[in-house]
Ligand binder design. Structure first.
Ligand code: NI
Length: 197
């Protein structure tokens, strides 16, 4: 296993479409998955796509962080490490949500990105077994972000408001503004309702 060098925005590998993997069980694919996992843990990150380590193949790995223990074993399974090969994404419905994302290929930056809220994704694991999941929220966001890398797309290209592309170190201003807005909502419920219409 090895920690691999991560490509940063500007490197052409991040702009090209990655190639299908013919045999997920091939030893070199397993070795790549091992190296990607070690690289992701070291970074640290919650997801990584093969083009980010200069390999133009259709494989992503991700592990959405566990926020709390779930009583539903299926949810726990979804929070475990997933290695997804040749993914196919299918948004379920038109509903989008905006939230902050970071990317190991854009170190130090964060952006507020709209993503589909509900998603079905399919693909294969390292043994060639089919993966077919319907997910939502943060899990759906991570999968959309990682699979965009396979199309040569970085998250700023998905943004609709470039004033929301900021340095991570300035997030405290965003948090302060959110708190001020929440206090305003509590003190002026009527005006807030009007503002939303
Ligand atoms: Ni990324």
């Amino acid at each position: 296993m090895a920690i691999l060098k991560i490509a940063r925005i500007g490197h052409p590998i991040l702009r090209r479409r990655a190639e299908e993997i013919a045999d997920p069980t091939a030893p070199e694919i397993h070795a790549l998955a091992d190296d990607m996992l070690q690289t992701m843990v070291d970074a640290p990150g919650v997801g990584l796509a093969a083009p980010q380590v200069h390999v133009p193949l259709r494989m992503v790995i991700f592990r959405p962080p566990t926020i709390q223990e779930s009583a539903d074993p299926r949810e726990d399974e979804e929070r475990q490490l997933t290695i997804l090969i040749n993914p196919v994404l299918e948004p379920l419905g038109e509903e989008m949500a905006e939230d902050w994302e970071g990317c190991l290929s854009l170190p130090g930056l964060r952006g507020k990105v709209p993503r589909y809220l509900h998603l079905r994704y399919r693909g294969m694991d390292l043994s060639g077994q089919a993966i077919d999941r319907t997910v939502e929220g943060f899990h759906a966001r991570v999968v959309q972000h990682e699979c965009d890398h396979l199309e040569g797309i970085l998250y700023p290209q998905r943004m609709t408001d470039m004033t929301k592309l900021i340095f991570d170190s300035e997030m405290r201003h965003v948090i302060a503004e959110q708190r001020a807005a929440e206090q305003y909502e509590q003190s002026e419920p009527t005006e807030q309702e009007e503002a939303e219409t």
